[in-house]
Design a protein around this ligand. Sequence first.
Ligand SMILES: Nc1ncnc2c1ncn2[C@@H]1O[C@H](COP(=O)(O)OP(=O)(O)OP(=O)(O)O)[C@@H](O)[C@H]1O
Ligand SMILES: [Mg+2]
Length: 371
Amino acid sequence: MSKKPKTKKQEKIKAKAKTTTKEKKVEREEEEYTGEYVIEIKNLKKYFGQKEEIVKAVDDISFNVPRGIMGYLGPNGAGKTTTIKMLVGAISPTKGGATIMGRKIGSIAARKLIGYSPEHPRFYDHMTPIDYLVFLGELGGLTRHEAEEKAFEILETIELEQAAYRNIVDFSAGMRQKMALAQALIHEPKVLILDEPTANLDPVGRAKILEQIKYLARKKGMTTLVSSHILGEIEKVAEYVTIINKGKIVISDTMDAVKGLYAGNQYVMRTSQNAKVVELLETKDYVETVWIDENGDIKIKAKDEIKLKNQIPTILKTTKVTLDAFHRVTVSLEDIFMRVTGLDSFKMIMEKEGKEGEEIEEITWEYIEPE
Ligand SMILES: Nc1ncnc2c1ncn2[C@@H]1O[C@H](COP(=O)(O)OP(=O)(O)OP(=O)(O)O)[C@@H](O)[C@H]1O
Ligand SMILES: [Mg+2]
């Protein structure tokens, strides 16, 4: 019996039927994943070498990544890439484990969920961005047409469409970095894991790519773990932050909580007559110290923050001054990073603060070369 050439529609139906029950089950489970954390890391360790030569690259770390964008920060050699390589299944842990949407790292089910942009991307020789992205898209289950559409869309987003038919081998470092991001996005992953995606980009390129990552992560609901040691940029895109130093997690929390923690109980106030307000505040039991800072603003260290905030209207009424500003002291992520990475652990800072009543501001940051 001669075979009739198939119509596009018939081919589509056949391709659909090929999807095994197992795959369908996995897809259904992905949709249904309702766990609080997209990535859960528990007692994860990676040691390289042996005995005296041992390098504890990742030393018993535990933290969770909720839905959203988390910055993974740390100085050179802190253990970021090693953690990421374990999460994407490129290397296996010495001990401990992690899950991606409930699936064990290293498993095919976990890998399928991830879009991974490596620190040092490598590409097949003599391929154009279009060839490469379409090839990966098809591998990821898209039809050729879908893969092409997607590839162009991504290249446009990362401003590489002009180079769509050039050879990747001839790309600059920054262009290769952008390609690394493109290939991570082509199969529309549920989870994006990006190892220093802005490392080789110029300042304008960096800001643009991060904006794109933020936009894509939000629009497509992709949970994103992005490593960097450029802190200012992470501050703009991530709502969570984890800092690793010498293989140990020093802090993991929401961006606001981390910043708030270090801002402590200090407030800035600006009024029409600052000196008058300071005079009055000095007499209040809910104020620990109050002074005029180098900008001429009032700085208040509160003993009882709630009471201070509640009393502001009364203070203004009593002194008959007008209020221009009142807010908590904001600390940049850069400040926090400097402080926490200069010490072995966050706990040490808290102990030092609690026991000796020292201010964290007095602790200087020292860069420690990784062994
Ligand atoms: N394959 C390996 N063999 C031996 N040591 C390794 C290996 N991979 C990483 N290390 C060591 O593990 C430690 C952590 O390295 P890692 O690459 O994870 O750091 P990182 O935080 O990504 O640093 P960077 O910001 O420089 O990329 C370093 O001391 C590094 O030398
Ligand atoms: Mg690294």
